[in-house]
Design a protein. Structure first.
Length: 248
């Protein structure tokens, strides 16, 4: 049975990924900082409380893994919603740490296992914020752009060992995390939540948010043999974002 490790896998997009991989027949390992969310995971999953940006905690998780077929480095936080001049350095660093360093640490410890096996697939969760500039979201956008650079480098370094690396760029995903973003952005821009929501939806060709299951389906595909020659790619699952903020 193939094994997948998903960071931030106990809720949101990560939980959808874990459920999709389980259906696909994988042995599922997840890490998450949320103990309550982990306690609600299925009994058959290997669940570990760990911060993706804490090297000691991630090293302890990987010390228990003797092989790994798929890594989904999915951990991320929205970070502050404010103009650049109003962002505190501590908030910038916190956002970049989880979104970028979390992906780096997961890849750092997964790479030797996959190189030894001569196969593997790494998928990093970026964002459409890694494809466009996003007003009031500077640290998040900067980190998600950097995640793509990390992925491109992983693809080049690991390709000779039969290991592929790709990045998924979700658009606006229905769920609690996006609701928090909508509320903060509405407050920052003096708008209502619904106005911000409609603005995000209007910025896509499909005029709609996406579901976490849409992201999960892409992750399972990228891990599959059907994607055996797909590497170094940035794949948006976003209903085609035309403009991240059509109001400006």
């Amino acid at each position: 049975m193939k094994r997948v490790l998903i960071t931030a896998g106990a809720g949101g997009i990560g939980r959808a990924m874990a459920e999709a991989f389980e259906v696909a027949g994988y042995e599922v390992w997840v890490t998450d900082v949320d103990a309550d969310a982990l306690s609600g995971c299925p009994a058959g999953w290997q669940c570990h409380q760990a911060s993706a940006a804490d090297e000691d905690q991630m090293a302890a998780v990987f010390a228990q893994i003797d092989r790994l077929d798929v890594l989904c480095a999915n951990a991320g936080v929205a970070g502050p919603t404010a103009l650049v001049e109003d962002i505190e350095l501590a908030d910038w660093r916190s956002c970049v740490s989880v979104n970028l360093e979390g992906a780096f640490l997961a890849a750092k410890y997964a790479a030797p296992l996959m190189k030894e096996a001569g196969r593997g697939a790494i998928t990093l969760t970026s964002s459409t914020a890694g494809l466009f500039g996003y007003p009031n979201r500077a640290p998040y956008a900067a980190a998600k752009w950097a995640v793509i650079g990390l992925m491109k480098t992983l693809a080049m370094e690991l390709g000779p060992f039969g290991v592929r690396a790709n990045a998924i760029c979700p658009g606006a995903v229905e769920g609690p995390r996006m609701e928090g973003v909508l509320a903060r952005e509405a407050d920052a821009k003096g708008m209502t939540r619904d106005e911000v929501y409609r603005g995000y939806a209007a910025g896509t060709s499909m005029r709609s948010f996406v579901e976490a299951s849409d992201i999960a389906d892409m992750a399972v595909f990228l891990a599959s043999d059907q994607a055996r020659m797909v590497s170094g790619q940035v794949i948006a699952v976003d209903g085609h974002t035309e403009n991240p903020d059509p109001r400006i």
